[in-house]
Design a protein around this ligand. Structure first.
Ligand code: PFF
Length: 468
């Protein structure tokens, strides 16, 4: 029996604290770094539409389910399944912990780059953008930033739920909103902003195919931090007074809203950098870490430092509330199941994660082996270890989500879920939400997630897209 009492485990101080922490987990590098270019690759507004449908129809029920399992059991991602009486299903939680460790191992490296760029921008070194490939092989420097980022994450998590994670979210999330709105207004004043917005917002339905649809689902899962027990863990600190359904809706809206605004902010800046020519836009790391610094430089010394520093601080803050939630998953498992103190659990987890992150740290040019780590079946060029781990984690998250809803619908039984959702939501049993959830968790999510999981595996690792 896991013997950690609720008071030792900690709890959220308020509903707002929980929502900000969970939204903080959701809003991260995925929203600001990845989303805009997934949109671009997937056909602009057409992709956004599919993404929104996935978020609200497929992910929202999984989000509710995860939070409910956590709150019902007040346990970590593994202990939750034991506590419900289905220990043979706790492998879902173990898979989740593994996914969390994999994600944090590379995510922390990129977060370290973002913080490093913040430092470079405020010290006026805009050339860093054109030297990005030199930056990523400067192992001492990027290793130092990665250690700094993981240590900051560890300090927040070691302070516990309300004094650490909740407090950090209450400071970081409002600051993040202010910064993103400030940058958005600034981006709108740039020449060619209309061209950038058109590129972002006009749907190109012809670019929508099963591969981009799979991409939208992957992005939705990653962005909402689903399928790995992060929300089981955060839900385990939530009071019975709170309404899980409305909290999950707010978290989804928050995440989708920030991703959308990030695109509104980025594309005008990109259009400005290309002089309005959107024919050959660079995505991913290249854009954020090379194109944008060039734009900030062109704004001139002080303004460039403010806008550029602001942008990379925004990225660092968004990443920090996510790394905190990623670390909390193994930490709460160790605290609950292995009866270690929170501090010891943080030190053990952070050390393992840092070591596992070394391949990603050196896999962007420094080590040829990790830079050309694997060649997928049918691919002409090798993939670096960080991208490979990203694909692996995406796949695990989808599998985790599929298993969590299927477990809830057919093993734990949906009536038990509905009973949990009734706490804090008077009238749930007769609500339309219940009718929708019933359909979603028994039919829609298991069926679609199973199909899309196969699709994502095929396209991620074997380059096979069913329809082109
Ligand atoms: N949602 C985060 C992002 O979009 O950057 C990443 C993430 C955090 C994934 C926490 C999973 C997780 F549990």
């Amino acid at each position: 029996m896991a013997g950690t009492s609720t008071s030792e485990r900690g709890a959220w101080n308020s509903k707002l604290g929980f929502i900000l922490a969970a939204a903080g987990s959701a809003v991260g590098l995925g929203n600001i770094w990845k989303f805009p270019f997934e949109v671009e690759a997937g056909g602009g507004a057409a992709f956004v539409l599919v993404y929104l449908i996935f978020c609200f129809i497929l992910c929202f029920p999984v989000l509710i389910t995860e939070i409910a399992i956590g709150r019902k059991t007040q346990k970590n991602a593994v202990g939750a399944f034991d506590s419900l009486g289905f220990s043979s299903w706790n492998f879902i939680g173990k898979l989740g912990i593994l996914s969390g460790i994999i994600i944090l191992s590379f995510y922390n490296v990129v977060a370290g780059w973002a913080f490093g760029f913040f430092v470079e921008m405020v010290t006026g070194n805009f050339q860093i953008g054109s030297q990005f490939s030199e930056f990523t092989v400067d192992i001492i420097k990027i290793g130092g930033y990665a250690i700094l980022f993981l240590t900051t994450t560890a300090i927040i998590v070691s302070r516990g739920i309300s004094a650490g994670i909740e407090k950090a979210a209450k400071i970081l999330m409002p600051t993040l909103i202010i910064m993103i709105v400030g940058l958005l207004i600034y981006a709108f004043t740039l020449p060619y902003s209309g061209v950038g917005l058109k590129y972002y917002l006009i749907p190109e339905f012809s670019e929508l195919n099963l591969q981009t649809i799979g991409g939208a689902l992957r992005q939705a899962f990653f962005s909402l931090s689903l399928g790995m027990g992060a929300l089981i863990t955060y839900g385990s600190y939530l009071s019975k007074k709170e309404n899980i359904v409305s909290s999950a809706a707010l978290i989804t809206l928050f995440d989708v809203g920030i991703a959308f605004i990030a695109g509104l902010m980025l594309f005008p800046i990109v259009a400005y950098s290309t002089g309005g020519d959107m024919t050959d836009v660079q995505g991913g790391a290249g854009l954020i870490f090379t194109v944008l610094p060039g734009v900030f430089e062109s704004l001139g010394g002080t303004l460039g430092a403010i806008v550029g520093g602001g942008f990379f601080l925004l990225l660092s803050f968004a990443a920090l509330t996510s790394t905190v939630s990623l670390l909390e998953v193994p930490v709460s498992y160790i605290v609950d199941e292995h009866k270690k103190s929170r501090k010891a659990a943080v030190i053990i987890s952070a050390a393992v994660i840092f070591i596992l992150g070394i391949p990603s740290l050196v896999g962007n040019g420094y080590s040829a082996f990790f830079t050309q780590f694997i060649t997928y079946v049918g691919a002409d060029a090798p993939t670096d270890v960080m991208t490979f781990l990203g694909h692996l984690a995406d796949t695990f998250l989808l599998l985790g989500g599929l298993l969590i809803v299927s477990f809830t619908a057919f093993v734990w039984k949906k009536e038990s879920l509905y009973e949990e959702l009734s706490y804090g939501y008077v009238g749930f049993q007769t609500s339309k939400v219940k009718t929708f959830l019933n359909f979603a968790i028994t039919i829609l999510c298991p069926a679609l997630l199973a199909i899309l999981f196969v699709l994502v595996v095929l396209s991620n690792f074997f380059g096979i897209s069913i329809i082109n």
